[in-house]
Every structure is written in C-alpha cells, then in structure tokens.
Write a protein of this length. Structure first.
Lengths: 230, 336
C-alpha cells in the first residue's frame, strides 16, 4: 500500500468512527451535550479530508512508505482500536476517587429556585445543599421529602458513617472534565452493594448535621443508563 | 510540481519507541479482552478519558492544519510582508488580538503559529498568537462567563482571564521572540516531512494545500495521542486530592491548581466548568488554572515539541509559571 493510500485509509476510518459515534449515540459516553457539535463538525471535516486526499492520491505518483512512516501513520488508529477492544467504558468509583468532588461552598453564591411540584431533586442540588443551609431552605428541602436518584455505588467520602454512597458524574465538554457528585444513602437493613453497581434509590430526605441523607425505602439494581452523566 | 518530502526523525523518536510501546499495549488489551480483563476500572477509566480527549481535540487539530495550509498556500507573500514589516511593538498586540478572531482551542493554534513564523511573522508575534488564541477568544470567554455567572462572578472572571491571558502571552512572546525563527522552530530536517515547493497554477495550489493539510494533521496527531495518553494516565492513577490537600494559601493553592491544569490537559472551552468546582481554592488560584492550562499542559508539551525546538517548553515554562503566579496573586486582591 502506498503512503497516500494509508493516509486516506486512516482519515476514512476516523471519519467512519465519528459517524458511528453519532449514529449509535455512543458520543455521549465521551463528549458532553455542549460540545456535541464538535463531533458533528469533526465527522464532516474528516469525511471531506478523506475524500479530498483520496482524490489527490489517485491522481498523483505513488510513494512507497518507509517502515517508520507506516508505523507513524498507523499510530493514529490506536484510539479507534482502543474503543473496539474496550467497548462501552464508563467512569466509575475509581474515577470518582481520583477527582475532586463537585459542590462545596459555591452553593453560597448560587441562586436556587424552589423545587416545583413533581420536580426531582438532583445530585448537584443535594451536594450544594450540604454546604449551605440557606441554599437548602430556598430550594425547599425538608425532612421527609420524597426523592428518587439513579447512580452508581462509590466509596467517595460523605462524612455520614454507615451510609452507602451513590455517585453520578456531571460532564461539561468531555469525560476528562467530569466532576463527581455524591449523596449518602441509608439502606434498609444495612444492605450493601459492590462498587460501581448502578442503583435506582427511592426514599425520603433526612438532615444529619449539614448533610442531606436519603433514607432508602426501595433500592433497585439497574443497568447503566444510556447517558451515564447528569 | 516537484516534491521534496523529507523523511526525518522526530525529536521524541516516535518511530522508535511508540510503535513497540503502543503495539505492546494493544496486544495486552487484546489478550485482556479475550480473558475479560478490560472490564477492570483502571483500563475503563483510561480508555474513556483518553478517547474523549482525542475525539474532542482531533477536529481542532484538523482545523488548525487547514488554517496553516491556507496560510502557506493562499496567503500571498505581499500581504504577509506588510504585516511582518510592522514594528515589533505593534506586531505583538496585533497577534494577540488575532487570537480573538480565530476561535479555536490550543490544539489548533500550534500549527498555525508555526506556519506564520515560517512565513516570516516575527517569532514573538507567532508565540503571542499561539498562546492568546486559546484564552482570548470569544467562545472561551463566553464559557467562562457562563460557568462563573452561577456564582455572580461571570464578568470579573472573564476580565481577569482575558487580562492575565493577554499579559502572559505578551510576556512569553516578548521573551521568547528575542530568538530568531531558526532558533525557535524545529529545523526543516527535523520537521514533519511536509515541506513542498509552491506550485503556480490553481490545480497545483490545491494539490499542495491538501498535502500540507494532511502532513500537518498526521504529524500533530501523533503528538496529540501521546499527550492525551499521558493526561489520561495521570487522571487514572493520581488522586487530585493529593495535590488539593495543600491548597489553603494563595501561593500553594495556585501552584497546586496549575499542576492540576498541567496534568489534566483540559480543553480551554471546558476548563471554566471544572475550575468553578474548585471552590476550596482562592479565586486567584482558579484564575491561574484558567490561564495556565491553555498555554502549558501535558498534551501541549507534545504538540509544542512537534513545532518548536526542545528547549522551547522549558523557556516557555520559565516565563509563564512566574507570570501566571504573580498575576493570579494580584488578581486575588481584585476578585475578593
């Protein structure tokens, strides 16, 4: 194979990979909704680049690649091969333990609006509420409020002894900037679950110190959601 | 058209160490997949972060290669000559403002700066453009405003980021621009193998344009992969709490966040949303995170190595680290 054809092939593989990410929805595993356009833009540009370069290669003289050139061009296929070898990877408890937890005192400067009837309280809101009683009050949190949360089991520190920690990542641009939000869950009969198990927890809120804890009434093991982020 | 493609070793000797290293890793992964080991958390975490960084950055590398090829082939010597004849003290700020008009993140600006310097732009102005465009561009400033407006600090942080980013880029351009283009850029023999003679006809120009585009894309792409792999490795192995645990004072906190920015290699369009979550750090330290990351991180070290000589990164760090540190400490006074 000539060097030009190798480059065309690699560009075409990348173009197909971007299109596959969009068509299958796998894009949301890696990229946040805010930067979805980058993948669409990339798919269009890579397709155009592959086509243009392919046409150029067909019309020009053939250059045999050296071993170094072949390997250098082939290196660009590594991410695609990695996705093929590690399909549907997810950020779990290990990643949560490596990153700084979101929330904290920024809640003091947030301006929340009161939860509307039927509106579910979120991981972020519970994290912020743990840092600011004023935030929790404006949000309308109170003991006994019904909640339903879906997340994975992690070992993130929540300062509530004996509670299980349910975590969910929020991403902005891509998985590299994911921020974990964690909520302590008191399980019936002190049930425990392995790390990274996805659960849907239904229960009621209870304030313990500053922290808001979910006292679980029903816990159900579920599959990882199609979009694992919030 | 005659071509003078140059096949040459890269400074990091990719052709020597990368194929066996990456090939070995892939074989390990293949074996792991067959045996079911790829489900383990470190591999999953690495795979998702590595792929995410590459997928997000690659279109910008292509965009940067496109712009660089446009400059090389279609911008006339006469037009560039007019710009390069401007006094240096005008070229530097003009290059910084150019960053505002070229809204790409850091991956795209490196090949463009390299090409501008090769075409005769003052090296300092090229460096200023390269460092200013990922910080001082409308998309990045808007994302900063959106992220910090939830804390009522949108305007202050945008002004702080634009100002400190501009000052940092100008300082680096002024300091590093003292060297000539020959001393700053990798020599032709070390470079990407995309040096071509100019054609004269429209068809020849199109051909050279596509050659340049693909050459820069494949060359910068390898360095992007290496940077993304290292950044994903650090994010997988190193708990950020180890660094943030020392973050109680302004100076230590700022250095800690600059270290996290360096290791994380976040896109400048996204980093504000991460910075805003570092609420245990002073605001000046968060500003340092926002300014330092887009000009010097792991992924960029590799991209800079593709365009500039080896000592460039060290020289850049010697200017950027104290400038950002000092600037963030001054900004802390205004942001309180």
């Amino acid at each position: 194979m000539t060097l030009g054809r190798m480059k065309t092939f690699v560009l075409a593989v990348w173009s197909a990979f971007f299109i596959w990410l969009i068509v299958t929805g796998e894009v949301y595993r890696y990229i946040g909704p805010r930067t979805y356009w980058v993948v669409v833009f990339g798919a269009i540009c890579l397709t155009l680049a592959a086509f243009s370069y392919g046409v150029l290669v067909m019309r020009s003289q053939h250059q045999r690649p050296t071993v170094g050139q072949s390997l250098g061009v082939s290196l660009l296929l590594i991410p695609v091969l990695l996705v093929a070898l590690v399909p549907k990877p997810s950020l779990g408890s290990l990643a949560a333990s490596r990153k700084l937890t979101g929330g904290a005192t920024s809640a003091l400067a947030l301006q929340p609006s009161q939860l509307q009837p039927g509106e579910e309280v979120s991981f972020q809101q519970l994290s912020y509420a743990a840092e600011s009683a004023e935030y929790a009050s404006v949000l309308g949190l109170s003991d006994g409020l019904e909640v339903q949360l879906t997340g994975f089991v992690s070992d993130a520190e929540t300062a509530v002894s004996g509670a299980l920690t349910l975590t969910r990542f929020s991403i902005f641009c891509c998985a590299a900037d994911a921020v974990p939000y964690s909520v302590p869950i008191v399980t019936p009969n002190d049930e425990s679950y392995p790390l990274d198990t996805w659960l849907t927890v239904e229960g009621t809120l209870s304030q313990q110190g500053l922290r808001w804890v979910v006292v679980a009434r029903r816990i159900q093991q579920v599959d990882e959601p199609e979009n694992p982020y919030i | 058209m005659s071509q003078t493609a140059v096949a040459a070793p890269s400074p990091l000797r990719f052709e020597r160490w990368a194929p066996p290293l990456f090939g070995g890793l892939l074989l390990l992964l293949l074996a792991g997949r067959l045996l079911g080991f790829t489900d383990v958390a470190p591999i999953q975490t690495f795979a998702i972060i590595f792929t995410a960084i590459v997928v997000e950055a690659l279109p910008f590398v292509l965009l940067g290669a496109f712009a660089a090829a446009l400059i090389e082939v279609y911008v006339s010597d006469r037009l560039l000559g007019k710009i390069t004849q401007l006094p240096t003290f005008l070229q530097l700020p003009a290059a910084a403002l150019g960053g505002f008009a070229f809204p790409v993140c850091e991956c795209g600006s490196v090949p463009v700066a390299r090409r501008l310097i090769k075409r005769g732009m003052h090296p300092g102005a090229g460096v200023v453009f390269m460092l200013a465009s990922p910080v001082f561009n409308p998309i990045v400033l808007l994302s900063t405003w959106v992220a910090y407006s939830t804390r009522g600090l949108g305007t202050q942080m945008v002004i702080g980021r634009a100002t400190l980013g501009l000052v940092t880029a100008l300082a680096a351009g002024w300091a590093l621009g003292a060297e000539g283009a020959q001393e700053l850029l990798r020599s032709k023999e070390e470079a990407s193998g995309t040096e071509h003679e100019q054609g004269v006809g429209a068809s020849a120009k199109r051909r050279v344009f596509i050659e340049h585009l693909s050459g820069d894309f494949f060359f910068m792409g390898k360095f992007l992969l290496a940077g993304a792999a290292l950044a994903a490795g650090f994010q997988t192995m190193l708990p950020q709490s180890l660094i943030s645990g020392v973050a109680r004072t302004a100076v230590i906190g700022t250095l800690a966040l600059m270290t996290i920015a360096f290791l994380s290699s976040l896109c400048s369009e996204a980093d504000a949303f991460v910075a805003v979550s570092f609420t245990q750090f002073p605001l000046g330290s968060q500003l340092a995170f926002l300014v330092f990351g887009p000009v010097l991180d792991l992924k960029l070290v590799f991209l800079y190595s593709a365009a500039f000589r080896k000592r460039f990164v060290l020289s850049l760090a010697a200017v950027v680290v104290p400038t950002v540190l000092a600037g963030s400490l001054v900004a802390e006074v205004f942001l309180r």
